[in-house]
Design a protein around this ligand. Structure first.
Ligand code: ADP
Ligand code: TRP
Length: 322
C-alpha cells in the first residue's frame, strides 16, 4: 500500500504538524511504501521570502530525518524537484469545476484571516490532487484540516477517470480523530501562518517562554476549571501519560490550581518528549551534504513514478502524437 503526504516549508515545524501529521507518517513508513515530500510549490502561495523558503525547506528535511524518517525505506523529496506534478495539475484543472474550489474551507479561512488570495492559493487543491494522484497513492495521512482537500482529490480523480480512462487511483484519507486540531498559544489552530506555534526544536528557553504565554481564561485560582475548553489541557493530552492526565483533570475540576502550574508541567513534558531527537537534529546541521543527497535520491525515485503517470495521462487526454 502506498502512503503519501506532504508538508509545506512555510515556517518552522510545530507540534501541531507533529501530532497531527508527522507522527503517523513516521509510524506508517515501517509497514508501507512511504512517499513523503516537502511542499515548496504550495508554500509559494503565501509569497515567502526566497531565501527563507530555501532555508525552511532544508529545515523540514532535517526535522523529518531527525524525528526518524528512514530514507532507505521511504521516498523523501522536495516537491519542486519533480515538476511533472505541475503538468499533471494542469490536466486535472481542466476537469475541475470552479465551484468545487470555491467551496474549499481552507481557502476561505486564509482569506478570512487577512491573506490576499492569489490564483495559486485558489488552485492549491488541484496541485495537491496532482501530488497525490501522480504517485498512485492509496492512503494520505493528514491532519483533520486537510480532510476536504482529500475529498476534492477523490472528486477530481473520479471526474478524470470518467472523462478519459480508469487511470488514477482513488486515495483514502487517514486522519487521527483523537488529535483533531492542535490549538496554538492563542487558542486558534496552531499554524505556521498564524505566528502561534510551539516549534518542535525550539531552544528550551524559548519553548518554556512560549508555553507560559498560552492563552487561558480568567477563572480565579480557587475556582474549578473546565479541562475541555482549556488550551493547556488540550496540549497536555498530547504528551502526558493517561494516569497523569487523569490527575490533571481532577485538579482542574476541583479548583485550587493555577494555570501556571499546568503550563510548567506542560513545558517539562514537551521538552522531554522531543529531547531524544535534538542531538540527531544538531548533527544534521553539520552534515548538509548528506541531507541534499537524501533529497536528490528521493527526487530521482519519485520522478520516475510521476513521469510514468504523466505520460499515461497525456496519452489519455490526447496530448501525445499519433
Ligand atoms: P501549517 O498550518 O502550520 O502551515 P501545514 O498546512 O503545512 O501546516 O500542515 C502540515 C500537516 O500538519 C497537515 O497534514 C496538517 O493537517 C497538519 N497540521 C497542521 N497544523 C495542525 C494542527 N494545528 N493540528 C493538527 N494537525 C495540523
Ligand atoms: N496541503 C497540505 C497541508 O497544508 C500539504 C500538502 C501538499 C499535502 N500536497 C499534499 C498533503 C499532498 C498531503 C498530500 O498540510
Amino acid at each position: 500500500m502506498r502512503v503519501l503526504s506532504g508538508i509545506q516549508p512555510s515556517g518552522r515545524l510545530h507540534i501541531g504538524n507533529y501530532f497531527g501529521a508527522m507522527q503517523q507518517h513516521l509510524e506508517l513508513q515501517s509497514e508501507h511504501d512511504g512517499f513523503y515530500f516537502i511542499a515548496d510549490y504550495h508554500a509559494l502561495t503565501s509569497n515567502p521570502d526566497p531565501k527563507e523558503l530555501a532555508e525552511r525547506s532544508l529545515d523540514v528535511a532535517m526535522d523529518y530525518l531527525a524525528l526518524g524518517l528512514d530514507p532507505e525505506k521511504t521516498v523523501f523529496w522536495r516537491q519542486s524537484d519533480v515538476p511533472e506534478v505541475l503538468e499533471l495539475a494542469w490536466l486535472l484543472s481542466c476537469v475541475t469545476p470552479m465551484g468545487l474550489l470555491q467551496r474549499c474551507v481552507s481557502f476561505k479561512d486564509k482569506v478570512a484571516q487577512g491573506l490576499t488570495p492569489n490564483h495559486g492559493l485558489f488552485a492549491y487543491p488541484v496541485l495537491q490532487a496532482a501530488d497525490i494522484l501522480a504517485f498512485n497513492s492509496n492512503l494520505v495521512p493528514v491532519g483533520a484540516d486537510q480532510k476536504q482537500h482529500i475529498e476534492v482529490t477523490r472528486d477530481i480523480a473520479t471526474r478524470f477517470n470518467n472523462a478519459y480512462s480508469e487511470l488514477l487511483t482513488i486515495p483514502e484519507p487517514r486522519i487521527i480523530e483523537s488529535v483533531a486540531v492542535v490549538p496554538g498559544v492563542d487558542g486558534r489552530k496552531m499554524s505556521k501562518s498564524y505566528d502561534n506555534t510551539l516549534e518542535i526544536f525550539a531552544p528550551p528557553k524559548q519553548a518554556k517562554k512560549q508555553i507560559m504565554r498560552i492563552v487561558t481564561d480568567s477563572t480565579p485560582v480557587e475556582d474549578p476549571k473546565d479541562p475541555a475548553t482549556c488550551n493547556v489541557f488540550a496540549l497536555l493530552k498530547l504528551v502526558a501519560e493517561p494516569s497523569e492526565l487523569a490527575e490533571w483533570e481532577t485538579r482542574y475540576r476541583s479548583g485550587g490550581m493555577g494555570y501556571g502550574d499546568a503550563k510548567k508541567r506542560l513545558a517539562e513534558l514537551m521538552l522531554a518528549y522531543f529531547e531524544p531527537f535534538r542531538e540527531k537534529r544538531e548533527d544534521l546541521t553539520k552534515n548538509l551534504d548528506y541531507v541534499h543527497g537524501v533529497l536528490a535520491n528521493g527526487a530521482a525515485r519519485a520522478g520516475a513514478v510521476a513521469r510514468d503517470t504523466l505520460n499515461k495521462a497525456r496519452a489519455a487526454v490526447g496530448l501525445t502524437q499519433a
